[in-house]
Design a protein. Structure first.
Length: 246
């Protein structure tokens, strides 16, 4: 592999696009896995580097594994694989269909991507696996399966990091603990909702520095710390409500 190659799995979100844009500006060749490749064609063409856009069947782990193996072979490897495939939904009735969809994407799909990538990087001899995770995984929450799936992702990444160390492999695992930006957006909070380029820049910087775990943006580290300290009877009474118009 003579050039820097990066694979972004789940590249259609606004955040993934901004990360892809910043990596492309550094002349990193990209492979973008998305559910609707046609919808990404214009964006891919606007980037100043080589970009391939491929379909992603996130709910089919067997298909994901096959897709990654084929791409890996065609690229002759990659130095970075970024995973951003989280699914979230909430219904007061907690229907199983929603819970199952979240588990299929955030647990089964996520594990299939990370496991396959780790194996390929082990054969390659080096690499970095980074994942967009969430501080929602620190404790349970109303979106039951989502919070639990993020805890799974955090522990899975930690396990991969430990495994790499035990095998003495130069494989970096980066857990990107994103703040509750959706809730901040709902509250229209300027303090907790930074500009997207800033969020992406902190993520790209953390990956380049080989961080094991990073909170994005940095101020969310405080929220994470307080979340862990709160006793359950206080934690359960927290409410995020949209600000009323004056």
């Amino acid at each position: 592999m003579t050039t820097a190659n990066a694979i972004i799995v789940g590249a259609s979100s606004h955040l993934s696009k901004e990360i892809a844009r910043q990596l492309a500006e550094q002349k990193v060749s990209l492979v973008l896995f998305v559910q609707d490749p046609d919808a990404m064609a214009e964006f891919a063409a606007s980037l100043p580097t080589k970009v391939d856009v491929l379909p992603l069947d996130i709910e089919n782990p067997t298909a994901i594994i096959s897709q990654l193996e084929k791409v890996w072979l065609s690229l002759e490897g990659a130095h970075l694989v970024l995973v951003n495939t989280g699914l979230n939904a909430y219904s007061e009735a907690l229907p199983w269909e929603i819970e199952q969809d979240i588990i299929d994407v955030n647990v089964r799909g996520f594990a299939a991507i990370c496991n396959t990538t780790f194996r390929l990087m082990r054969e390659q001899g080096y690499g970095q696996i980074a994942a967009i995770n969430s501080i929602a995984g620190l404790r349970g929450g109303p979106s039951v399966a989502y919070h639990a799936s993020k805890a799974f992702a955090e522990n899975y990444l930690e396990g991969l990091s430990m495994h790499a160390q035990r095998l003495k492999l130069p494989i970096t695992i980066t857990d990107i603990q994103l703040g509750l930006l959706d809730k901040a957006a709902m509250q229209k909070s300027k303090l907790w909702l930074p500009p997207l380029p800033k969020v992406a820049k902190q993520i790209v910087s953390a990956m380049q520095k080989g961080k094991r775990k990073v909170y994005v943006t940095k101020r969310w580290r405080l929220v994470a710390w307080l979340t862990l300290l709160l006793p359950e009877f206080i934690y359960n009474t927290r409410h995020w409500k949209a600000k009323k118009k004056k």
